[in-house]
Design a protein around this ligand. Structure first.
Ligand code: HEC
Ligand SMILES: [Cu+2]
Length: 387
């Protein structure tokens, strides 16, 4: 009689160990997440590994744990949003369902593993395999393989339907509506009362469901703020309605979630949830026309803006610039980031963007500008005055 050789004794340990080594080496060598920092951390972790007395299996487990920890800790940018860190009722519901599904699958997984362990142990102990039918074989297969899965899947289906209905519930009680339009590769947000247009930063009052009218100017995009709500597609010629609500003030990162071309990954935005008063103040300011520039640099900068290509694509309300091809810049200086979350809204980053937008976001619909140092300086003065 042949005994099963896998998963037992020294051989298994060896396999597990070399696997852990391979993974650790991948990470140490750069791997998917790359980066010198990752590599160094992985190497340090490997050098520090506790060896004294631990058996090979234990060491292998150690490697695996370190590897997972290194990979997990090095992938996340600072404000990487997690659906498991919900900050609004919509996302909280999604997270609840996620945990429920994880719990059920864990229980099922452990039970199946248990059966497998019993089978392995028994096959090692037993003599020759008995021929003939096993009396209880069929009922076990029918109950364990059909009835129980059918019950679990049906229950989960019902739970999901309930959640989907709640997430897209009629928005009778929303307090306001914001129209959001996707563009390759930025977001335009329009408020109606009072009227205001801005880009890539959507402010909402905290604790109130806000209705969104989502559409696109070009290709498909998908509006997703993981900590607040489910994704909603933005479809050309169609307005999809959705609501978002934040439980607490904060700045929540959103991301286009439907591949839309070269710079899809650089199509970021932020939802800024504010207290009612702060929000009202923000919106009142956004609704105003741009202030007349006061200092001489900014006055000259406005000239540059109007005479260069800029005014052919951008609007600055209150001036002659009223083109709609690029983001509305009326209150550019009030935003935290530029170029759809890719750069900080600092003087240096603004300069980088204006001089060489293609270097920042290859393929973006903004051409590079050839400005003298003086022109650029004045232009920056002007743009920074657009509070
Ligand atoms: C052909 C049209 C076009 C011209 C000309 C143009 N832009 Fe743009 N601009 C865009 C588009 C489109 C974007 C959005 C790009 C993106 O984020 O993918 C943009 C983005 C910007 C932004 C970032 C706005 C934000 O909130 O993210 C600034 C600032 C800006 N442009 C300033 C200028 C200035 C200054 C000039 C003139 C020197 C200029 N643009 C010329 C189309 C144009
Ligand atoms: Cu997109």
């Amino acid at each position: 009689m042949r005994r099963p050789t896998i998963l037992t004794g020294r051989r298994t340990t060896h396999i597990r160990r070399s696997l852990a080594h391979t993974v650790a080496r991948r990470v140490a060598g750069g791997g998917i997440m790359g980066g010198v920092e990752t590599r160094h951390r992985a190497q340090r972790a490997l050098e520090r590994r506790p060896c004294g007395g631990a058996g090979p299996a234990k060491k292998a487990m150690g490697f695996a744990a370190v590897t997972i920890a290194v990979v997990a800790s090095s992938c996340a940018p600072e404000d990487a949003p997690s659906t498991l860190d919900p900050r609004g009722p919509g996302a909280a519901r999604i997270a609840g369902t996620w945990w429920l599904m994880l719990g059920i699958s864990t229980v099922v997984f452990l039970i199946v593993l248990g059966f497998m362990a019993v089978a392995l142990v028994r096959s090692r102990r037993a003599g020759p395999v008995p021929q003939g039918d096993v009396r209880w074989g069929e009922p076990v297969v029918i109950v364990g393989g059909v009835v129980i899965p059918a019950i679990i899947l049906t229950a989960m289906f019902v739970v999901s339907l309930r959640d989907m209905a709640a997430l897209s519930a009629p928005m009778g009680d929303t307090t306001m509506t914001i129209a959001v339009e996707g563009h390759d590769w930025w977001w335009e947000a329009t408020y109606s009362d009072p009227a205001a247009t801005t880009a890539n930063e959507i402010h909402i009052p905290v604790g109130q469901p806000v209705e969104l009218e989502l559409t696109t100017d070009d290709v498909l995009h998908s509006f997703w703020v993981p900590q607040l709500q489910a994704k909603t597609d933005m479809i050309s010629g169609k307005v999809n309605r959705m609501w978002i609500e934040a439980d607490e003030p904060g700045r929540f990162r959103g991301q286009c979630a439907e591949y839309c071309g070269l710079q899809h990954a650089k199509m970021i935005f932020y939802v800024v949830a504010q207290s009612e008063d702060d929000f009202e103040a923000w919106l009142a300011n956004e609704a105003e026309e741009a202030a007349e520039p006061a200092d001489p640099g900014a006055v000259a900068g406005e000239e540059v803006f109007m005479n260069e290509t800029c005014a052919g694509c951008h609007a600055i309300r209150g001036t002659d610039a009223d083109a709609q091809l690029g983001p509305d810049l009326t209150h550019l200086a009030a935003r935290g980031t530029i170029a759809a979350g890719v750069l900080d809204n600092t003087r240096a980053d603004l300069a980088e963007w204006i001089v060489d937008p293609q270097g920042v976001k290859d393929g973006a619909s903004m051409p590079p500008s050839e400005l003298s140092a003086q022109e650029l300086d004045d232009l920056l003065d002007y743009l920074e005055s657009l509070e």
